[in-house]
Ligand binder design. Structure first.
Ligand code: URA
Length: 247
């Protein structure tokens, strides 16, 4: 919300009075004087006028979890356990999942209460690399890497996937890097070349890597540099669909 609006939402404060207070340097956002009435202030920023707190900053949470197999990427399910059950109840309420994994898939899962940040992490247009260890039912054919590089046609979405890389690690093992994160993307890519994924483990998203010592089911907060590693793009949400403008 714009800074002037936050102030003028206070009882008895007109938009003009708000703008005057801002212009005169009385208003601080996160402790710093702000003279721009049009400044967008997020849920995670506090606003103070003189020594009066107008809006408290909501704490932002950014977590990583090592998802074990068998857990659903959902907030609640009547049948299966969900990843949320692996987190302490006091922090799970406000969180959402930034990039789901199938129930059988394992590895890096990121959860946050910061919707703009998670969109930057997951929007296909931002093209953050997602790295997976994959095992397959049949030996991986030599042409697979080239097919992935060229892009695979997804008829349902009517698009060709962005170039993906496949590093062969063994006859039925590979490391695959994709730039989007479409529904069942890795499984569908292997299916398109006549193979089948038997296990899928996410190792990395962008600069955020699952540490080897984070046991399945365990979680930790992201470090500030991990949070900041997600490219900012132009974090403007517009339209009903809440699409992100990417620069
Ligand atoms: N691609 C898949 O097919 N499944 C996942 O869980 C993640 C990526």
């Amino acid at each position: 919300m714009k800074l002037s609006r936050i102030l003028s939402n206070q009882n008895g404060v007109s938009r003009q009075q708000a703008n005057r207070a801002i212009a005169s340097g009385l208003v601080r956002v996160d402790g710093e004087v702000c003279t721009n009435a049009a400044r967008e202030v997020s849920r995670f920023q506090g606003v103070v006028v003189g020594d009066k707190v107008i809006k408290r900053a909501l704490p932002a949470h950014y977590l990583m979890l090592n998802k074990p197999a068998g857990y659903l990427s959902a907030t609640w399910d009547p049948v299966h356990p969900t990843v949320m059950e692996l987190l302490p109840p006091e922090i799970r309420a406000d969180l959402h999942i930034a990039g789901r994994l199938d129930r059988a898939s394992t590895g890096l899962m990121i959860l946050t209460n910061d919707g703009l940040w998670s969109r930057r992490l997951t929007e296909p247009e931002i093209k953050l690399p997602k790295v997976y260890r994959v095992s397959t039912l049949r030996p991986i054919e030599p042409h697979t890497a080239q097919r992935f590089e060229e892009g695979i046609w997804f008829a349902y979405e009517g698009l060709t996937t962005s170039p993906a890389t496949l590093e062969q690690l063994g006859p039925t093992d590979a490391r695959v890097t994709i730039l989007e994160g479409r529904y069942h993307q890795v499984k569908r890519m292997f299916h398109a070349v006549g193979n089948q994924v038997t296990s899928l483990h996410r190792e990395r998203i962008g600069e955020i890597t699952l540490p080897r010592d984070l046991a399945p089911g365990a979680w930790r907060s992201l470090e500030p540099d991990e949070v900041q590693s997600v490219p900012t793009g132009r974090a403007t949400v517009f339209g009903k669909a809440g699409r992100l403008a990417v620069t």
